[in-house]
Design a protein around this ligand. Sequence first.
Ligand code: BDP
Length: 707
Amino acid sequence: MLLGIQTLTAQKDYKLWLQYNKVTNSKILNEYQSAIKGIHAFGKSETIAIANKELQQGLSGLLGHEINSSTNENTTNTLVLGTVNQLSTVLQQNTKKETASINNEGFVIKTIQSGNKKQILITAKTDTGVLYGVFHFLKLLQTNQSIENLAITDSPRINIRMLNHWDNLDRTVERGYAGFSLWNWQKLPEFIDQRYIDYARANASIGINGTVINNVNANALILTPQYLEKVEALAKVFRPYGIKVYLTARFSAPIEIGKLKTADPYDVEVQKWWKDKAAEIYARIPDFGGFLVKANSEGQPGPQNYGRNHVDGANMLADAVAPFGGIVMWRAFVYSEHDADDRAKQAYSEFVPYDGKFRDNVIVQVKNGAIDFQPREPFHPMFGAMPKTPLMMEFQVTQEYLGFSTHLVYLPKLYQEVLESDTYSKGKGSTVAKIIDGSLDNHKITGIAGVANIGNDLNWTGHPFAQANWYGFGRLAWNPYEDSKTIAEDWLRMTFSNEEKFIKPVKEMMLESREAVVNYMTPLGLHHIMDTGHHYGPGPWVSNLSRPEWNPTYYHKADKNGIGFDRSSTGSNATAQYAPEVAKMFDNTATCPEKDLLWFHHLSWDYKLKNGETLWNSLALKYQEGVNQVAAMNTTWNTMGNYVDEVPFKEVQMLLNIQHKEAKWWRDACLLYFQQYSGKELPKGVEKPTQTLSYFKSLKFPFAPGN
Ligand code: BDP
């Protein structure tokens, strides 16, 4: 019996936000039932068939009965779908204005009334657009909105909306906390796991249209015929869902699998090797997206091994894929142990001089912050600094530095903070969102990538709430101006329940969760003080790693005089990499937002914050606040048992308990450690640590996942 329940729950968790539960509000249900009696699909493509099937499946769940999928197009209360060019002339005429306003992946959903006949039309310029429209329509029902008089036009603002899987060929996932890789290389190409199809469907439902299926720390074998055959099989599965496959390219592949003596981008043989390789890939996968490259970063090979630079490397690959319409995404995540300058400055210093020098089909992929996916980072100074080069955003959806898949952290809140940041590159209002959607500098290629948090766990993402991060990433990739609040609410309604008594408190809990993790891990601008290697738990004391910038002590610089990294004009002068307005704001302690204070300034323990408290007291109180916030999340969740199935309810409960325990661990370990330097008592309101600093230092996690 119990086994039965568990299997059922696992199936539900597996369905993600596409639950399609029967609408419980009878008034709304009535409205839907009378408005939709049948479906008529124009067109016969695989994508239209998928869209049609999705509607049938979704509607039969939501409405509680089967819907006829071959109704005559002229019948009233029919849901009509198809691309513009397939529609009847009347319908075409009727939506001319709307369809003119959408782009190739956009869609129109419109109520059409003539006489006694009322229909809902879902149309687009492409089949994929129709599929997106169908998912959007189903979302309206899943979130109980009225479909009385629909007039929706929507288009994605960013062209390339992709996941980056850091999946290795042995199926381990770098920084993956939800099991092993989805890709079963050994059984591919013949065996198509249902999971590949479900993966594509889930991505299509949020508009994701690209996937890099292998790790940025690349293995050249992926480019051999043995593996390309398997990649081809995956591409075939993803294609009707509007998803293109991309691969990471190991720069030294010409040597490793091509038997050449060099990978020098100036070498004609090398150039030819890549051209041939591109031709070979495109022969198999005509819509192959292109390459993602991590070069001369953290030990990966690259053009600099041959005395060339990033432009030389990127352009060589760009030339190889250009004849086929492919692109190269060249990562800017570079820093060197041989460069004594502040790590936060290095990517900017290296890349900005190359502005305008890359080929048209190169896009530079930049992480949201200048260090590395921390709970909070100021936006990367490269955004706004390279107007002649398209820059794409790289967010991390997997929680490498944010508690793995154990802690509940709603990441769209973080993404939104970055996207809304004003770079001032062309005056006030030059937000990061406007840079990556190409609107500020008029770029044609635009992109956004999320490092996936997906593995073969039954629920895909490990933590049930981590599904919201995948979902929310997709939504913001489609529209980087959306409010993370709306996204959280939609996700909750689609995944769990439409009950207000559930939505309101749980949404609040999600929205608060990001600030909570900042508070109990790295308040007031602290960063990279996680334990080393695996990055789980606190390790502010670590100082023995070979590369200075891998040590937490490099980042917090705590000493008797104070704490924080001086990146102001009196320090590393990283502030100068921002536009003057922003630089000035960060540079001055009086105007620097307190949330970023220790990112930019080294301040004495007695420094007074705006609340009148000393820095030491404020820091301690922030750590305590983080713990309290998690306690409150626990309290909220404990009253939600009626709205969630038993198993996920208990799972989240157990996970929140761990999170609470670990928030205290973070607070106690960090405060005990910093107290050695501040020499001050903990302020009132901060709980006394229950363990010693040496106990916290002794904790080791040799088999931490994802490492
Ligand atoms: C860091 C990860 C490392 C990745 C690297 C990257 O610790 O595993 O390879 O980023 O983005 O966050 O290349």
